[in-house]
Design a protein around this ligand. Structure first.
Ligand code: ZN
Length: 339
């Protein structure tokens, strides 16, 4: 929560006020942050900075509140309180290109990890804009250069930039072919100027840094919603909240199931045991309904041979492995990031 004057300086009060939660305490008006940028600017300004400090990067799981109309709320996709994977990079104009390349590579590695196809759009100077043309050109070319050097195709969204600078929008395509705007990389000359952000240059002059706003996933809530729909609830092994469910055939096999569970938990594989009350069939069915990657049945034979009977509902296969082989298989799958 910041004093309302901060939001006046930033332009949020005038341009974004109706989406903000404002309150007055002891005659002082405050606003709950709808974005994290201003907080990072205050951190930057805490101490004097020189060109040697740049690029300077701040990151946070930034919790923000936006007063969306109740009719616009939609599951996890549009909520009033959410957490952004938000970073701000303070740099010189000359550093824009290399910083953007780093972020683009990061976006690429994250999207590949989750198995998403994505496209990028470079949004250029809109009609109403602040800043000199030469700086806009430098920033826009920095964004394009970063994508060209990574052989990433992109479209141009002519005039679609923010009034304070151009941006790259990352749009992911889910399993149903729907496109979702998630990550964004924005080059901003506006906020540093409004807040008088400065650094001391090599020639001792005071200069204004550029601020790059970047989010890779966008909002965690929204990204989790998209992931859940994309995988229809069948998360890849590395993402699944429960990765293995053990189903002992009868109570006498529970001890063995607990032993195996503990061994897997020791190597950070999350497991559960379905050994309560219901019939075997019902427990197996319930385990499968959880859509976990592996359901493992253990009975007389498995206890005797230290093996596991695996039901892989994704490949519809059933097979036996020694427990050690199963561990190797899980580790391999996690290392390869294989889905
Ligand atoms: Zn920002």
């Amino acid at each position: 929560m910041l004093k309302a004057d901060m939001w006046r300086t930033s332009g949020h009060y005038a341009c974004y006020g109706e989406n903000m939660y404002l309150t007055t305490i002891d005659e002082q008006e405050y606003g709950v942050k709808p974005m994290n940028c201003i907080g990072h600017i205050q951190i930057f300004k805490q101490t004097g900075k020189s060109y040697r400090d740049l690029p300077l990067k701040y990151y946070e799981y930034g919790v923000v509140h936006r007063h969306e109309k109740s009719g616009a709320l939609h599951g996890l996709l549009r909520v009033r309180e959410f957490t952004q994977d938000d970073a701000h990079i303070f740099c010189t104009p000359e550093q824009i290109a290399s910083e953007v390349i780093d972020v683009v590579e990061f976006v690429d590695s994250v999207m590949k990890l989750f198995g998403f196809e994505y496209t990028m759009e470079v949004a250029t100077k809109p009609e109403k804009a602040i800043g000199e043309d030469v700086v806009w050109e430098l920033a826009t070319n920095g964004l394009k250069k970063a994508l060209d050097e990574n052989n990433l195709p992109y479209k141009i969204d002519e005039g679609g930039g923010a009034f304070y600078g151009p941006k790259i929008d990352v749009k992911i395509t889910d399993a149903l072919g729907r496109k979702w705007q998630c990550g964004t990389i924005q080059v901003d000359f506006n906020l540093p100027e409004r807040f008088g952000v400065e650094y001391v240059a090599e020639d001792n002059s005071r200069r204004q840094p550029v601020m790059i706003h970047r989010a890779i996933l966008g909002s965690f809530e929204r990204f989790i919603a998209i992931l859940t729909e994309h995988y229809a609830g069948e998360f890849p092994l590395f993402l699944a909240p429960t990765q293995v469910i053990f189903v002992p055939i009868s109570e006498t096999h529970s001890k063995y199931a607990h032993e195996l569970k503990n061994e897997l938990m020791d190597i950070n594989i999350d497991c559960e045991i379905f050994d309560k009350n219901d019939s075997l069939n019902k427990r197996v069915r319930n385990a499968e309904k959880q859509r976990v990657p592996y359901v493992v049945i253990v009975g007389e034979e498995e206890v005797a041979n230290r093996t596991v009977a695996i039901r892989d509902r994704r490949t519809k296969e059933q097979y036996n492995l020694s427990f050690d082989e199963f561990v190797v298989k899980l580790k391999q799958q996690l290392n390869e990031g294989k889905i």
